[in-house]
Design a binder for this molecule. Structure first.
Ligand code: COI
Length: 359
């Protein structure tokens, strides 16, 4: 296949500046990035170029009205010849769904996967090798017409940047703590909760800050109408092991359709668990804990991977799950999903997209 992209390589890599043994989440970026512009109703030819600043005009539409979407995906070091992308096809499908909701023109899978393969090959040395680390990939599109009227932009910029990362939460693969928020909601029916759009995250920062001041890692979001059905955590989806049933809040339109969430559900069914995607109220969870039926709670997400939950607080009541320790099922999901990602376990579901490399 002939390339659809122009490639401009760096002359000197910055990789020596990075301590691969001490990686934060999303603070340093690889040598190259992808860029593609949209104007006159069409996406132009994309470019791979040195990572660097982009010039913006103060009237840039996205700065004022937030018309922007993004994805979060990962690549994993297998060996000196192979790096695995994890489920790029479903990430791209979700990217396009977010675009549709935010009136942003969709992009083709062919360009997406070609850009990723070129970037991974050029920046293969940036994929960290240690278990628990990965190359985080951030595709994003923003409205870039320079005007102040509140209407859909006619032009867009599409970028893919990549960052070697360690664990998302300071806790690493250790239980995090969650609290419901008495005052705020993340998303409303008919709103943008299902889209991966910038404003959803901006709106969650104040309640998240309050939760952290109160000693919790994140907010456990409840629905906006009844303020009792559990939705998600904002940085991850959530799962409850009640008895032997794995209960996951259903995708109501205000919950992000997580790709790790989907992987957890597929694996749980394969392992013979009863899996229920349904409405689950915070009262049901507190009661299941009181009755001794709440065996485990854990989150799932690209950045968060599988994140055990050790404590949940709601309206002044607090429960501890599994003595605040890592649950067996969470650990099994973690080991299986990461085992598949690092190419150490059979990729039974065909989730990985291998990229051959020569470092
Ligand atoms: C991801 O899991 O990739 C996300 O986009 C969550 C983000 C808050 C880091």
């Amino acid at each position: 296949m002939t390339s659809m992209l122009q490639v401009d390589k760096v002359t000197t890599s910055r990789i020596q500046e990075v301590d691969m043994n001490n990686l934060d989440f999303g603070r340093c970026f690889t040598d190259h990035m992808f860029e593609m512009q949209y104007a006159h109703n069409t996406w132009k030819t994309g470019q791979i170029k040195p990572f660097g600043p982009i010039e913006i005009n103060p009237a840039l539409n996205v700065l004022h009205y937030g018309q922007a979407v993004f994805e979060g995906m990962k690549a994993f070091y297998v060996d000196e010849k192979q790096i695995n992308l994890f489920r790029p096809d479903v990430h791209h499908a979700r990217f396009n769904r977010s675009c549709r909701r935010m009136c942003i023109p969709e992009t083709s899978y062919e360009v997406f996967i070609e850009a990723l393969e070129i970037l991974i090959r050029l920046d293969a040395a940036w994929v960290p090798k240690k278990r628990g680390t990965a190359l985080y990939i951030r595709p994003f599109i923003f409205a870039n017409e320079n005007y102040l009227a509140a209407r859909v932009s006619a032009t867009y910029a599409y970028h893919i940047i990549m960052s070697p990362v360690g664990a998302y939460y300071g806790e690493g693969f250790n239980p995090v703590s969650l609290t419901t928020s008495p005052d705020f909601v993340r998303a409303v029916p008919g709103g943008t909760g299902e889209a991966k759009t910038a404003g959803n995250y901006a709106a969650s920062f104040l309640p998240a800050q309050q939760a952290q001041q109160d000693g919790f890692t994140q907010v456990l979001w409840l629905d906006a109408i009844d303020h009792k059905y559990i939705e998600e955590v904002g940085t991850m989806n959530i799962h409850f092991l009640i008895g032997d049933t794995l209960v996951t809040p259903s995708l109501t339109g205000s919950v992000l359709s997580g790709i790790t969430r989907d992987s957890v559900i597929q694996l749980a069914k394969e392992w013979g668990y009863e899996v229920q995607e349904r409405k689950i109220s915070i009262d049901e969870v507190m009661q299941a804990s009181a009755d001794g039926h709440l065996k485990e709670v854990f989150g799932s997400g690209t950045a968060a991977v599988i994140s055990p939950v050790g404590r949940i607080a709601h309206k002044g009541q607090e429960i501890t799950i599994g003595d605040g320790k890592i649950g067996q099922l969470a650990e099994r999901f973690h080991n299986t999903i990461t085992g598949i990602q690092y190419g150490q376990l059979d990729d039974y579901f065909d989730w990985t997209h291998p990229v051959s490399i020569h470092i």
